[in-house]
Design a protein around this ligand. Structure first.
Ligand SMILES: CC(C)(COP(=O)(O)OP(=O)(O)OC[C@H]1O[C@@H](n2cnc3c(N)ncnc32)[C@H](O)[C@@H]1OP(=O)(O)O)[C@@H](O)C(=O)NCCC(=O)NCCS
Length: 378
């Protein structure tokens, strides 16, 4: 599939976002994009990068269209909050394996967060399918959440993590992979509930931030209280990046809403609270489970009770009013975890069952588990 450049490069538009051929006039803005720290972090753009690098890359783009290589488009955008002539780059290419196609993209920093890449990806993928692509694959370095959200918004199916698969600055890095097939709707296929900020008297429920880990102390409670697998990362400063990555992954899969319980006064992280399902996704169920934990220094001050009450109210609120539309909430505790049982009682849960001899205790005996429920309106 070869073309004359730029005459044969198609102009693809949805009325706001347009994909078009690159010109000399785009080079200064492409340099701005290429030196931006996020672009440097998540792509293999040469660093440092100047106008001569941009000119050389322009030659590569032209060659890609003229021979059988990558098909790279400049993204142009109109509409609110104003037009941007160079809003980024997107390319589609038959993969080296000869079957699936791959997509790569970067948005100019001035154009981020307004849906540009989501729209550009829909246009580029639809065009690739018209050219006969049997599938389009997206790969991103693990942790590139903005890119993952774009893939999700475009309806891509997430397949997991490929160990040491993409080229990074320091060698091969683990990669996320997702794909789209012709005919698949280009809209999200599963929920992804970004935790809303909810203010109480003394706590604030909010999304976790990358720098929250410093406030999290080592755990001092018995392992059976949380039921963690041996070796699973815990909510401590030492494990924080890995622990947070796992939490965010369950959220991105539509399985949980996960909040950082923060001190309303200082915004310091105190603990974690999630509303989750054990099978399917949150939008496919009107029953959900609640779980929580505080870092040791935050315990004994009623913070978990207040956080649980706020989360319960959000979970039971109808989806049309911004809640989760849950009808019945459940929870599970170790029978000897008196503080956690008190949190549930205060939040309106009722004990409905006891399972005997569930948790192996350090003294060689077995502890019971309690089951709790809260049914909307009862
Ligand atoms: C990834 C990138 C292309 C996204 O471009 P964009 O034009 O801002 O994308 P969109 O506005 O269409 O969508 C971005 C979404 O990610 C979300 N997002 C941004 N940062 C996020 C983060 N750290 N965690 C979770 N979501 C995040 C945005 O809120 C938005 O979602 P929303 O519309 O539901 O609110 C841009 O950030 C970029 O150029 N990054 C550097 C280069 C890069 O990573 N390229 C991809 C390599 S695989």
């Amino acid at each position: 599939m070869t073309s004359r450049y730029p005459d044969d490069v198609p102009r693809l538009t949805d009325g706001t976002v347009t994909l078009r051929a690159m010109t000399e006039a785009d080079l200064p803005a492409s340099v701005e994009q290429s030196v931006d720290p996020e672009t440097v972090r998540w792509t293999t753009v040469p660093s440092p990068y100047d106008i001569e690098d941009a000119r050389e890359f322009f030659g590569v783009i032209r060659a890609g269209w003229e021979d059988d290589g990558e098909k790279t488009f400049v993204i142009e955008v109109t509409g609110d909050p104003g037009p941007i002539a160079f809003a980024g780059l997107i390319d589609v290419r038959p993969s080296q394996r000869g079957s699936s196609w791959e997509v790569g993209f970067a948005t100019h920093p001035a154009a981020r967060g307004r849906g540009v890449m989501t729209a550009a990806l829909r246009l580029a993928v639809a065009w690739a399918f018209e050219q006969g692509a049997p599938s389009v694959y997206w790969y991103a370095g693990v942790g590139n959440w903005a890119s993952r959200r774009v893939a999700w918004k475009t309806g891509m199916t997430f397949h997991g993590t490929l160990p040491r698969f993409v080229k990074g600055r320091d060698g091969a890095e683990d990669a996320w992979v997702a794909s789209l097939l012709p005919g698949q709707p280009m809209e999200p296929q599963t929920p992804w509930h970004v935790a809303p900020v909810i203010e109480g008297e003394r706590v604030r429920l909010r999304p976790w931030r990358d720098d929250d880990g410093a406030a999290l102390l080592p755990r001092n409670d018995p392992p059976h209280w949380l039921g963690d697998d041996d070796g699973a990362p815990s909510m401590t400063s030492a494990d924080f990046p890995v622990w947070l990555e796992r939490r965010r992954s369950t959220v991105a899969a539509g399985v949980a809403v996960d909040w950082c319980i923060a001190d309303r006064e200082t915004d310091q992280a105190l603990g974690d609270l999630d509303v989750f399902v054990r099978g399917g996704t949150l939008d496919g169920s009107d029953v959900a489970e609640i779980g929580y934990q505080l870092t040791p220094s935050a315990r004994g001050r009623g913070m978990a009770s207040e956080a649980a009450r706020l989360a319960v109210a959000h979970a039971l609120r109808p989806a049309a009013e911004g809640g989760l539309g849950v009808r019945r909430l459940v929870a599970e505790t170790a029978a000897d975890n008196e503080a956690s049982n008190a949190v549930l009682r205060r939040a309106g849960f009722v004990e409905y069952g006891r399972e005997h001899a569930v948790d192996a205790l350090p003294d060689g005996t077995y502890g019971d588990a309690l089951y709790w429920e809260l049914v909307d309106g009862s």
